[in-house]
Design a binder for this molecule. Structure first.
Ligand code: AMP
Ligand code: ZN
Length: 114
């Protein structure tokens, strides 16, 4: 998508602090961290939000979870724990309309979320 912020990061038109990339997925630091560790994991392919996912996206979305698990181990927060957040559409608080998974770690999370 031409004007999508995260597509621009995928294309290298906007810089990001990348922590992981493969042929399907990228992960980078959130520019406005809400925890000591705040990563964003996105598919390279533009998909607006989880509500748009179909069975064809199952492998990609499963792969994203496996990448998150790998990042949790390589970044050393797997044992202490972490939270994965996907905001979808307006009530979900989604601001960037390219599906992304927040990975938050390094502090104790609260429940319920705000
Ligand atoms: P959401 O509210 O779920 O759509 O989250 C969007 C996230 O993208 C927010 O946590 C922002 O801080 C983050 N963000 C916005 N622009 C950038 C950027 N250029 N690089 C990294 N993270 C960004
Ligand atoms: Zn996009």
């Amino acid at each position: 998508m031409q004007n999508c912020l995260f597509c621009k990061i995928v294309r290298g038109e906007i810089p990001a602090d990348k922590v992981y990339e493969d042929e399907r997925v990228m992960a980078f630091l959130d520019i406005n961290p809400q925890a000591p560790v705040h990563l964003l994991v996105i598919p390279r392919r533009h998909l607006v939000c989880l509500a748009d996912a179909t069975a064809e996206d199952a492998a990609l979305l499963g792969h994203i979870q496996c990448v998150i698990a790998e990042l949790a181990h390589t970044h050393g927060f797997a044992d202490a724990g972490f939270r994965v957040v996907n905001n979808c559409n307006e009530d979900g608080g989604q601001e960037v309309e390219h599906i992304h998974y927040h990975v938050l770690a390094g502090r104790r999370m609260q429940w319920p979320p705000g």
